[in-house]
Design a protein around this ligand. Structure first.
Ligand SMILES: Nc1ncnc2c1ncn2[C@@H]1O[C@H](COP(=O)(O)OP(=O)(O)OP(=O)(O)O)[C@@H](O)[C@H]1O
Ligand SMILES: O=C(O)[C@H](O)[C@@H](O)[C@H](O)[C@H](O)CO
Length: 189
């Protein structure tokens, strides 16, 4: 059980999950947002604490996509469709097996999220300003995605709307474990 403190409550700035949303389905938590917002870090804390199945979307990219991003060229929709399809298939397997899961996926546009949207899927949007995310990215080492790619991610970002089942996490207010606890509290994990 999670004890949500007042500090945790401040991190969550929106929550549109209907009261009975998980009545018949296990949660499939899609941590989304621009590169470097902290998705993988929070996912590690959530999976450690709750033993959830985990898919890191970067592991589903074909090598050509990784090479493209590593050379500083943003992906196009055409690059992303097949990648999103493989992620959606992974989610379907979890749902068929009745397993709760965490997926880290940028899911920057609504049409990308539409590919992943299913009963039980909740988007956890890690929201920060360009400067807040750049602060994180500029200290990250050994990752193929360079800070210079951040603007291209913000350029196409469509934040989840009220018609999407989602939780907003405001980054930069707490350490990763507290962020994970805030997410867990919002989802009643
Ligand atoms: N709550 C936090 N406070 C401070 N730094 C953090 C926090 N969460 C993550 N970081 C740091 O920010 C950087 C980016 O985090 P992370 O790699 O998890 O982002 P990501 O969204 O998974 O990125 P990508 O989409 O590029 O894989 C890392 O160096 C990480 O250690
Ligand atoms: O849609 C995209 O452009 C990609 O998913 C990127 O977001 C990267 O894979 C990720 O951020 C790695 O750092």
């Amino acid at each position: 059980m999670t004890i949500a403190t007042e500090a945790h409550a401040n991190i969550i700035t929106a929550n549109t999950i209907p009261a009975d949303y998980f009545a018949n389905t296990k949660p499939i938590i899609v941590l989304m947002g621009v590169c470097g917002c902290g998705k993988s870090t929070v996912a590690a804390h959530l999976t450690d604490r709750y033993g959830l199945k985990y898919a890191e979307a970067d592991d589903f990219h074909p090598q050509a996509n990784i090479d493209k991003m590593a050379s500083g060229i943003p992906l196009t929709d055409e690059d992303r469709w097949p990648w999103l399809d493989t992620l959606a298939a992974w989610i379907d397997e979890r749902i068929a097996a009745g397993e709760a899961a965490v997926v880290t996926c940028s899911a920057l546009k609504k049409v990308y999220r539409d590919k992943l949207r299913r009963p039980g899927v909740v988007f956890v949007y890690m929201q920060g300003t360009f400067d807040e995310v750049m602060e994180r990215l500029s200290h990250r080492e050994g990752h193929f995605m360079k800070p210079s790619m951040l603007q291209s991610q913000f350029d196409i970002l469509e934040e989840p709307g009220d018609d999407e089942v989602h939780v907003n996490v405001h980054i930069g207010l707490a350490d990763p474990d507290q962020e994970a606890m805030a997410v867990a509290g919002a989802l009643n994990l």
